[in-house]
Ligand binder design. Sequence first.
Ligand code: EPU
Length: 339
Amino acid sequence: MPDLPIASDFSLASLNTFGIAARARRYLRVTEVPQLAAALADPDLAALPRLVLGGGSNLLFTRDFDGLVLHMALSGREIAGEEDGCTLVRAAAGENWHDFVQWTLAQGLGGLENLSLIPGTVGAAPIQNIGAYGAEIKDLFHALTVFDTASGQTRTLRAADCRFGYRDSVFKHAEGAGLIVLDVTFALPTAWQPNVKYAELANELAGIAAPSPRQVADAVIAIRRRKLPDPAVIGNAGSFFKNPVVPGAQCERLLQAFPNLVHHRQPDGSEKLAAGWLIDQCGWKGRNMGAAGVYPKQALVLVNNGGATGDDVVRLARAIQADVLARYGVQLEAEPVFV
Ligand code: EPU
């Protein structure tokens, strides 16, 4: 049987990027896959609610967690072969996402560079189909391995099984809730082309005619460092709200009243609105409520200015949602998972 070093009344303050002082009733740092089956074979542990934790960069603790935290610390990364003009690269769930992306670049493999500097782990990346600067992991995804807590078995899921959407996947819904991601494989095209359709990235690369994957990564890193707070310095979970998608006709009506509205047409005719713009226009940028605040350089990011509780952040979020709804008739949906 594998070793099961279960801790009790364990502080999660350093394990969530918001820096909220929550505690877990039981905690297990998972360093090998058999520990999962062993934990679930223990009737006391199996009876507890479970929280699978990666880098803790997309969740908000609103209370202590009265259950078992499974902190995924599986490590390892490898080039897994060639297939259909792509190099397959695989990493275990506990690997740091940014370090993994930089490792692929150091191997001379392009494809993931637009997703540089996103906080969190490899195992968390597919849960919300992480995306930035015109790329999402679903575009380079090959397969992943899960541990199914219902059957105790591991199995492979392909892209269709994962049902990726904008900041969404099967893992955020009831059908996928019992699945724990163990490793993820990406297919990186041998014939790499830069993806610079995102205007801000194209501007950053102006003057470089044929940028390399490394140069694109460096541009993304420079933009993110300018606009987004480093969670090691100021607690946050990245974008706090999803960009709302509204019917085309609603966007037309809004444009008549607000001609500067920032919107992006989707393939199905709907429109994705810039939540950061909506919040900014409501005057929230840089404002604080207690110890929680709106980041002065990016209104979509809520921050912990020091000592905020989850409730402080929720109170601020609700006030912002109410204002945006009253002014634009648009309901903002939170991006992080509330625990
Ligand atoms: N804007 C404002 N004021 C603000 C913030 C934004 O007017 O305070 C405007 C910007 O001028 C721009 C538009 O809103 O015209 C969009 O802003 P930005 O390009 O910064 O991107 P975003 O829509 O706010 C999304 C992702 C980010 C990702 C960036 C870059 C979501 C919820 N957020 O932000 O992802 O890094 O695009 O691709 O989709 C995250 O999910 O945690 C995250 C940081």
